[in-house]
Design a protein around this ligand. Sequence first.
Ligand code: ZN
Length: 246
Amino acid sequence: MRYLILSDLHANLQALESVLADAKGLYDQVACLGDLVGYGPDPNDVTSWVRENVSLVIRGNHDRACVGDPVVEDFTEGAQMSTVWTMQALDPVNVAYLEKLPAGPMEIGTFHIVHGAPRHEDEYVVTKNDAINQYPFLPGSVCFFGHTHIQCGYLLRPGRGTTLRGPRRKEKHTSYQVESGWSFLLNPGSVGQPRDGDPRAAYALMDEALREVSFHRVAYDLEETQRRILRAGLPEYLALRLAVGR
Ligand code: ZN
């Protein structure tokens, strides 16, 4: 089976559409690591697309916040404002859907998905040491995570690890073999709000037969997303940050 791995879509419809066009024909099923909503201007379109097209989905902290979970109290001011806006914008059918999303880890084929970290769904894995510290909690030999909005991967053995990078600015993708004897902790990056300095939308593909994972980037019409953010009355910095990928 070939999987398209999506994380941190954040109500960015333009980014999602570009990813789907770029990955067309390269996958059989979609897995989604959460944060469908929050920050972005199109929570209903993005949630409806996931609801209708993806059966393998877990919740992110923003999905919980936007349906009333007190996790919102830990958010920055801008994130809280976007949560309030999203709560008012969401259709009841999408609220009901987000409320029922399960927590990770979720087992899919030969791998697992979590939102933040194997140890806890709200934990951030930012550095190689963070990844090494997650080793005892890995649910299997291949685990995808999101939450940091930084596309990367870690090849792990007890007490040590190697960082796997995503494509550089002029590249569209990088690929790695999933070798046995190692554990893989892999972040597909964020579709809707990248924070690794590359404003292009990020995603990953996992080919179980070839034992190959690839990290991809694709440009999208971020000016249109920026216009929609401003038109919605969301904080201006949520529009500005998309252009720098921070
Ligand atoms: Zn997120």
